[in-house]
Design a protein around this ligand. Structure first.
Ligand code: NAD
Length: 320
């Protein structure tokens, strides 16, 4: 099997390659060539950790495997980021393990790539103002990936913990974009594209705060009970996601679905837009992409990075 250590990923994988891999796997899902396995996610009753597996099989790219890991909220005391994961790929011809790949940076890149894919396909024409809700580890990757896709000329940011906003200011400065920390009513009114990436369990962005045309990539909610958006905002918008079943059960749309203001039929898999089977934004005032994070995204970027690592002599071969 091949091992690609976490320390090599930054030198191998780019935001561009992550975007291509994630867009391709969303398309494969929409064509019926790829499917995700049921997610296992458990509060293990130790260190407040959430641990689980996300797996799947992409018959077109021949990526089979899973990502194992989760969220350790107290990791700062170990000098580590809160998300810890490893991707395992298996040979679909034999079932033998084919690769173990550090999954931390890949998770950030594939998550940012998913919202970037949604921005490419759903953002209103001429989008110029990017709004970021959230200033944790993922937020910088989100801003970087979004800035590749649209011609933003400024960034607005808000975070429940204002002391973290420096990360957004620094990232915007690296991208050469003016940054302003604002309150949510201004962010909702002025941003053409909004990305939310927090660990919130209550709605942050309210329906009355958003003035269209706007595209919202809601990326933080990946577990039952989490929530970033007012369900009335969800009910008002045209809805897209990575995987419909996951969005209405553990994603942002779980709340509007529970209130029965939306049903599964109101939610479109983004892959259908990618392959031209759905018009996308159309004349909608507001579009929302619920990025719940599917295992196939992890396998797609891991498969790509294993190939790059082999080509560049950075993959370690291990007999198992
Ligand atoms: P982080 O711990 O580095 O940052 C947490 C962010 O959430 C910060 O902006 C913080 O201010 C905010 N926050 C923390 N507690 C909060 C609360 N109780 N209410 C409101 N906001 C709160 O985390 P991160 O790595 O940046 O991840 C952010 C979120 O994105 C997490 O919820 C994580 O599970 C989720 N995530 C989703 C995907 C996906 O594919 N959809 C992938 C990775 C991470």
């Amino acid at each position: 099997m091949w091992v690609v250590p976490e320390s090599e990923i930054a030198g191998l994988m780019t935001a561009e390659a992550a975007f291509d891999a994630v867009e391709a796997v969303f398309a494969a899902m929409a064509r019926g060539d790829a499917y995700n396995f049921p997610v296992v996610r458990e509060a293990i009753g130790y260190e407040d950790a959430l641990y689980g597996f996300k797996g799947g099989f992409d018959r077109s790219a021949l990526n089979l495997g899973l990502k194992a890991g989760g969220y350790w909220p107290n990791n700062q005391k170990h000098g580590l980021i809160n998300h810890q994961s490893t991707v395992f790929l298996f040979d679909p011809d034999t079932g033998r393990v084919a690769a173990a790949v550090g999954g931390n940076l890949l998770t950030a890149l594939r998550t940012a790539a998913a919202s970037a894919v949604s921005i490419r396909h759903l953002a209103p024409e001429g989008a110029r103002v990017l709004g970021l809700i959230g200033a944790g580890h993922q937020s910088a990757f989100q801003m970087q990936a979004a800035a590749r896709i649209a011609d933003f000329d400024r960034v607005l940011g808000w975070n429940p913990h204002p002391e973290m906003l420096g990360r957004l200011a620094d990232t915007a400065a690296e991208l050469g974009l003016p940054f302003e920390a604002v309150e949510l009513p201004r962010l909702g009114a002025e941003a053409d594209v909004i990305i939310s990436i927090t660990s919130a369990f209550e709605p942050l962005l309210m329906n009355g705060q958003v003035k269209g045309p706007t595209h919202i990539a809601a990326m933080g909610t990946d577990t039952k009970g989490k929530q970033e958006l007012d369900p009335a905002l969800v009910a008002r918008a045209r809805l897209f996601t990575d995987e419909v079943a996951q969005s209405v059960s553990i994603g942002e749309f779980q709340h509007a679905a529970a209130q029965k203001t939306i049903s599964d039929e109101d939610v479109t898999a983004i892959g259908r837009v990618v392959i031209g089977k759905h018009e996308g934004r159309g004349d909608a005032e507001i579009t929302i992409f619920d990025g719940t994070g599917v295992g196939l995204q992890d396998l797609a970027v891991a498969g790509a990075v294993v190939e790059l690592a082999k080509q560049q002599g950075k993959a370690i071969e291990v007999a198992i």
